[in-house]
Ligand binder design. Structure first.
Ligand SMILES: NC(=O)c1ccc[n+]([C@@H]2O[C@H](COP(=O)([O-])OP(=O)(O)OC[C@H]3O[C@@H](n4cnc5c(N)ncnc54)[C@H](O)[C@@H]3O)[C@@H](O)[C@H]2O)c1
Length: 326
């Protein structure tokens, strides 16, 4: 099979390309390079520069490369920005997906994997979030991911397209320093940035109903996440009409304070954090039940948070060598 990886020049997409290639699948990257980096696309993997909003370009990529499956990661992903620019997010994430699905079904491509997010759940009030936990997104970004799942599911029902919507929890780490996340939107790079500025890391709220008062999240290594895409892609092969919705997490909660302790230990910086007021919309605890993906695909995460922090730190130091400690 030949898989079109939209957003394959992005942080997670580049890891998916790497994992799919290592698993012996052919891949082609489709990316508008709005936040992606062309150098992340390995030699030998064709890169088509274009937007998912460009129906003609999508159609040509599908036929020129005889695409037989799509992994769709291309999207805008900043929650705060989505609050300020909801129409932009709906256009890129929902209209871009609608156009892509139109071309995919017109070309008779049988399999489609969609990048969703734990943001679809909003503020879940449960110990472990299952795929049956109600989806109540709290931001336009989360809404676009939920609407995306609906589009994907409805298209599958109508056309027989085999689909998987993968709800990623908190992604961190890198397979290699050159593939590290260059954005500063998640806890790990946000703490690294503070250390680079020689400033203390910040904790937003230490009065949550959690064991140490700080928010608890489920962190997943991007290498494990990429492997889950390989498993999902393979499960859709020769499975018309199959429709999977799967959490991708480790089922283990780690608090912000624990993460900062681990980061201090890995980086050698040892800056005690400062406490700030809660940020609006931050749920106390969001931890996945990862049972369904293990049952459906036999996938289980292998890497722990220390692996994530260590590999992310190697990528960060590559870009900010002044931060390194002997
Ligand atoms: N990083 C996370 O923690 C996280 C968590 C949950 C879900 N996700 C989802 O994973 C996917 C990948 O995220 P990432 O962290 O790698 O982000 P990223 O910004 O590094 O990657 C997104 C890629 O998509 C490309 N792109 C964006 N809009 C496009 C369009 N309209 N047409 C073509 N290409 C376009 C960008 O150039 C970039 O290469 C996104 O769908 C995101 O919503 C990410």
């Amino acid at each position: 099979m030949t898989w079109l990886i939209t957003g394959g020049a992005g942080y997670i997409g580049a890891h998916v390309v790497r994992a799919m290639t290592e698993a012996g699948e052919h891949t082609v990257v489709y990316d508008d390079l709005s936040t992606g980096i062309a150098e992340r696309v390995p030699d030998g993997v064709p890169l088509v520069v274009g937007s998912t909003l460009d129906a003609e370009r999508v159609a040509r990529a599908l036929t020129d490369h005889a695409i037989t499956g799509v992994v769709h990661l291309a999207a805008k992903k900043q929650v705060g920005e989505s609050v300020a620019l909801p129409l932009h997010y709906y256009r890129e994430n929902v209209e871009g997906l609608r156009i892509l699905l139109e071309q995919v079904t017109a070309a008779g491509v049988p399999s489609f994997v969609f990048s969703s997010s734990a943001a679809v759940y909003g503020m879940p009030d449960v110990e472990l979030v299952t795929e049956e936990t109600p989806c109540v997104p709290m931001s336009p970004y989360g809404e676009t991911k939920l609407a995306g799942e609906w589009l994907v599911r409805a298209t599958g029902r109508a056309t027989g397209l085999a689909t998987a919507s993968l709800r990623y929890f908190n992604v961190a780490g890198a397979a290699a320093p050159a593939l590290a996340d260059t954005g500063v939107f998640n806890l790990v790079p946000m703490v690294f940035e503070k250390l680079t500025e020689n400033a203390p890391p910040r904790i937003f709220g230490d009065d949550y109903p959690t064991p140490d008062g700080t928010c608890v999240r489920d962190y997943i290594h991007v290498v494990d996440l990429a492997e889950a895409h390989v498993a999902a892609a393979r499960a859709l092969r020769s499975a018309p009409g199959r429709a999977l919705t799967l959490n991708i997490g480790r089922g283990e909660g780690v608090s912000v304070r624990e993460m900062i302790d681990h980061i201090n230990a890995v980086t050698g910086h040892h800056r005690p954090p400062t406490i700030h007021p809660r940020r609006p919309g931050d749920p106390a605890r969001v931890v996945a039940s990862a049972d369904r993906i293990t049952t459906e695909l036999g996938w289980k995460a292998k890497h722990d948070v220390l692996d994530m922090i260590t590999s992310a730190w190697e990528g960060w130091v590559r870009l900010h060598p002044e931060t390194a400690r002997d």
